[in-house]
Design a protein around this ligand. Structure first.
Ligand SMILES: [Cu+2]
Length: 327
């Protein structure tokens, strides 16, 4: 979704459901049913989101709106609490955080300490102005409700936000075909698959309670989370790839967001098994060459480490055309 005449205004709701395998999914939807829209704005633009919390309590699976408060007489409605002040931490509360933007941490903008929106609240208005000097690049939005951020982000609640104008940092980027790749983590699709020798093995003492270290939940040859690319899961143990197509030798600008809750990524572009050169132009929403920094505008590397929340924008070149097969 792009801003027009300096404004990007949209409805956005958040939903959750429990899948038959017991895992939970969360997603953002626009009013016409599009999931997790990429929001594209220019410096100085207004972003207005009419945000509706449509979460249900997945443990009881009854709409939370029908549940009276514990101890309250039946048929009374839940007392209204101020979404700007309550700070309520419940599984059906949520809010929005705009990761990387330098916008004020106040209610209706980027406050996440007190702002807590409930399912029976009317649409909550987020209204913020992108600073004139915002670096052009990739940002993102996700829930930041303390105590439940991880559950909601792991379930898929996240989306990309792009500040336009990266070609101002490097004119060779102008007009390059663009890909926005959002990598999310999720509970294992095949939790009962046997451990594999190709997965890292960690000793138990190197693991924390979440299995975050090396993404090795068991410590014994099995990842703790699967990954998805733009919601296409690429699950352990077979890793059936998500597919993109591009022309031989074509240059593209890839904008990759690590929207995972706990997974560290080591990104490489392999042709066969050989890492290719990729040209980093921006990290965490900031071009390498910006406001007179001494860095070159492109740094060619063969892999990029990307912690949770981080973004990398880089130039890739499609592999050469395969030789015509003979038959
Ligand atoms: Cu964040």
């Amino acid at each position: 979704m792009r801003s027009r005449d300096g404004v990007l205004e949209t409805d956005l709701s958040v939903h959750d459901e429990k899948l038959p395998d017991g895992t939970s999914r969360y997603c953002y939807l626009t009013s016409d049913g599009k999931p997790s829209p990429t929001l594209r704005l220019k410096p100085g633009d207004q972003l207005v989101i009419h945000f509706k919390n449509d979460l249900v309590d997945l443990d009881t699976a009854t709409p939370a709106i029908d549940k009276p408060l514990a101890g309250a007489p039946i048929c009374t409605t839940r007392p209204k609490v101020d979404a700007c002040a309550s700070g309520a931490m419940t599984p059906i509360s949520t809010n929005l955080h705009f990761h990387g933007l330098t916008v004020p941490p106040v209610c209706h903008q980027d406050d996440v300490l007190k702002t807590s929106i409930q399912p029976d609240d009317p649409p909550f208005e987020y209204r913020l102005r992108i600073p004139d000097d915002a670096p052009p690049g990739l940002y993102w939005y996700h829930p930041h409700l303390h105590g439940f951020s991880k559950t909601q982000v792991l379930g898929g609640a996240s989306g990309a936000l792009i500040i336009e104008g990266i070609e101002r940092a490097d004119p060779q980027l102008a007009g390059l075909p663009e890909r926005v790749l959002v990598i999310r983590d999720q509970d294992l699709v095949n939790p009962d698959a046997p451990p594999s020798k190709s997965e890292p093995v960690m000793t138990k003492s190197q693991l924390d309670n979440d299995g975050d270290v090396a993404n090795s939940g068991t410590g014994f040859g099995k990842p703790s989370k699967d990954l998805s690319v733009n919601f296409v899961p690429v699950p352990y143990p077979n890793y059936l790839p998500a597919r993109l197509t591009m022309k031989p030798g074509e240059r593209q600008l890839w904008r990759v967001l690590n929207a995972s809750a706990i997974t560290y990524l080591n990104l490489a572009l392999l042709v066969g098994r050989t890492p290719q050169q990729i040209g980093i132009v921006a990290l965490d929403g900031v071009p390498l060459q910006f406001h007179g920094s001494p860095s070159p505008s492109v740094q060619w590397v063969n892999h990029i480490g990307l912690p949770p929340g981080s973004r990398a924008e880089f130039i890739v070149e499609g592999p050469p055309a395969a030789r015509r097969p003979c038959w």
